[in-house]
Design a protein around this ligand. Sequence first.
Ligand SMILES: C[S@@+](CC[C@H](N)C(=O)[O-])C[C@H]1O[C@@H](n2cnc3c(N)ncnc32)[C@H](O)[C@@H]1O
Length: 311
Amino acid sequence: MDDDPIIATNDDASECKRSAVQLGYWQDNYIHLLVKQTQRKAPEINRGYYARVKGVEILVHKFLKRAGPKAQIVNLGCGFDTLFWRLKDDGVQVNKFVEIDFPTVTAKKCYLIKRNKQLLEKVYEKDGEVKLSATDLHAGTYHLLGADLRHVNELEVKLQQAEINFMYPTLFLSECVLVYMESDGVNCLLSWLSSNFQSAFFICYEMCNINDTFGDVMLGNLKARGCALSGVNACRNLEAQQSRFISNNWAGSKAWDMVKVYYALPSAERQRIEKIEFLDEQELLVQLFQHYCICISWIGSEFSDIDFNGS
Ligand SMILES: C[S@@+](CC[C@H](N)C(=O)[O-])C[C@H]1O[C@@H](n2cnc3c(N)ncnc32)[C@H](O)[C@@H]1O
């Protein structure tokens, strides 16, 4: 099967992130180094990406606070995401940060990191060594690796090369990735993770409530671009998102649609970004938010009470 349309979804996500950053929705000093000039996106898209990035970021920080210095992060289907660099700017130190995507994508990201001093200097560690191949980059903390997530044995080899510690608290992140995989492949991945990691937290951002007219249009748009949405069955509703973790032996799972996530963000921040652009139609944004969600899941009990409440 042709994976090119799936690989191309990274260009789209990165361009949308750059569009919103450029307008001041959130700060990202690196996205412009990875994505060329992009056309301004519609206000609903910018706001949708704001809620996605901020919602994920809040949960990442909660995980890190709880996990302490042994924390590891594995970004599955990382695309050109800049979380590693943004965390560095926040002064956050993790034990290991691993990024995985198809080799075609990691090859481009490797090249861009190599070419940009600002990206490269954050990857370098004092007295550390950086090992680069066409598709993989190994530095002290940071590892960028080309692998197909549908093949768990490939993932296992790559994680071992990155010297991931299966006993340490590990955050897995997947933003709009699992929907492109057959449910058998997702089940294999999730059950392999739950049987190999002792203490883990998963943040999954994905579509939900797709069984209505708005959902049909969203899926139609993606299909028209040649994307087989093999994992769409888990996007029926929040319960379906949660139950695929539970049925693959994760200890627990919670999910919120993006309406809930958006209103859980700090109100001062919401007020700030709502002034950036005028929305003609509030209804469209609400519909968009109703069709995306964040689902968190955990192994062990350490992370079971993380949510959007409190600090
Ligand atoms: C919509 S993009 C999102 C990128 C990034 N997570 C973000 O939010 O900016 C989906 C990414 O998942 C990757 N992906 C999808 N299926 C994959 C697989 N089987 N193995 C590795 N990467 C995959 C794609 O190559 C693409 O980079």
